[in-house]
Every structure is written in structure tokens, then in C-alpha cells.
Ligand binder design. Structure first.
Ligand code: NI
Ligand code: MN
Length: 233
């Protein structure tokens, strides 16, 4: 069964694993480029990389309405609990949990993590998913870091990464050049850019970046528009 990755804009993804839908970093109603509204989202689990507004904005509303469990670091789980979210799975870096369709491992990211109200949001993270038989790495907000070589290593069954989802927006995360270097380390089959063009300070020409990915033979890039899907065959 294929795994379908739908980008709704910014760093928000709906991942249909064939056994349920994972929602990553819900940011809809105040996202200028979002392809849908929070009230229309259906999901079975919610995964959060860090506490910044553009990654958690609609988490409380969607978690309450859908009763989907929120997988996140301990501090974010505490904050969600104080805001009335009942089903959370607090965890921390290096932890691996069962999610609909497979597993999710919380990986390191180099960034910061605080809520809009100033509350400490724990360590920022990325996600390494093994769902529907596919290995998908979501970097989250991060700079380039050398452990991406480790994250990209084939697992015990010899499976490398099928997909890497990377920020290319620069300024708050790595930019296009460092995202190319990230692909050299991660060695995924497919590269999907995100966290760009949401606002003018992170505007990027993703098509130019994709051409560079192809020219350097680093991966097969797919530049999506918000609302479009990529099917991992
Ligand atoms: Ni951030
Ligand atoms: Mn962000």
C-alpha cells in the first residue's frame, strides 16, 4: 500500500500511512499559504517537532475535535495538557513510538522551541518515520548538522531513506545550499522542500533548488504546491 504525503503549506503535512493519517506540525488558520482550514482536517495522530507558533498553532483545536493522540516532547505535552488536550504521548529525543501504520522516532534538530506565550517548549526535534514500509525523515526546523549522515544510514534490513522533507527557507532554518549538503548526508531517494515562501523573509525559488538537486544527482526532488500530494511508491 502506498504512503501519501500531502503538503498543506509551510511545514504542515498529512501522511496517509494506509492505516491512519498522521498530521505533522498543524498550522492552518493563520498560515498565509495553507490549502485548508483546521476545522476540515481529519487525522488519527498528531506529531509535533517543536513549540513555535508556526508548528503548533492549531494543535489544541484539532486534538480536541479529533481526539487524536499528540506525539511530542515532554514540555509540549505538559503545555497541551494545561490547554485541555487529554491524549498526549510525551517523549524525548531518541524515543521511538508506535503510530498508525508503523513507528516514529524523535530525532535531534538544532533550533529553539518556545511557545508564543513564552513557555519553554523543550528541545526541538525531527521525526524519522517507518510507516507503510517506507522510511521518511522530517527534519523539522533545523540547521544542517553532521548527524544527518547517521540518520540517513540504512537500517538493519538495509533500507535507506525513501523521502527526506527539508526546510529550504533560510533565515530561521537551513537555506537552499545547506539543504543540498543535507541531501549528500541523508542520501534519500526523494527530496521534498518545505518551510519556504510562507512569508517574504523566507521566500525561495524551489524550482531552482530542485534543478540543483538534479544536477548534483543527490535525489529526485518534487516541488509541491500547498494542497498537493506525493505518493511514495
Ligand atoms: Ni521554529
Ligand atoms: Mn518554523
Amino acid at each position: 500500500m502506498p504512503v501519501t504525503l500531502t503538503w498543506t503549506g509551510h511545514a504542515t503535512w498529512l501522511i496517509d500511512t494506509g492505516h491512519g493519517v498522521l498530521l505533522v506540525d498543524p498550522f492552518f488558520d493563520e498560515c498565509p499559504t495553507a490549502s485548508m482550514k483546521a476545522r476540515d482536517v481529519h487525522c488519527d495522530a498528531i506529531l509535533i517537532t517543536h513549540a513555535h507558533f508556526d508548528h503548533v498553532a492549531d494543535a489544541v483545536a484539532i486534538a480536541k475535535r479529533t481526539q487524536a493522540t499528540v506525539f511530542c516532547n515532554f514540555e509540549i505535552a505538559q503545555w497541551l495538557g494545561k490547554h485541555g488536550v487529554e491524549k498526549t504521548q510525551p517523549m524525548n529525543l531518541g524515543g521511538r513510538v508506535q503510530v498508525p501504520g508503523g513507528t516514529a522516532k524523535m530525532e535531534i534538530a538544532h533550533h529553539s522551541s518556545s511557545f508564543a506565550d513564552g513557555t519553554y517548549g523543550g528541545n526541538p526535534a525531527g521525526w524519522l518515520l517507518d510507516v507503510g514500509g517506507r522510511r521518511i525523515y522530517i527534519a523539522g526546523d533545523t540547521c544542517l548538522f553532521s548527524d544527518m549522515e547517521r540518520i540517513g544510514r540504512p537500517d538493519a534490513r538495509g533500507r535507506g531513506l525513501d523521502v527526506a522533507i527539508l526546510p529550504i527557507g533560510d533565515l530561521f532554518t537551513m537555506g537552499p545550499d545547506d539543504a543540498l549538503e543535507a541531501l549528500r548526508l541523508l542520501k534519500p531517494k526523494v527530496a521534498l522542500p518545505n518551510h519556504y515562501d510562507t512569508w517574504p523573509p523566507i521566500a525561495q525559488d524551489a524550482a531552482v533548488w530542485a534543478e540543483a538537486v538534479v544536477a548534483a544527482r543527490l535525489a529526485t526532488p518534487h516541488v509541491l504546491v500547498p494542497g498537493a500530494s506525493f505518493v511514495v511508491k
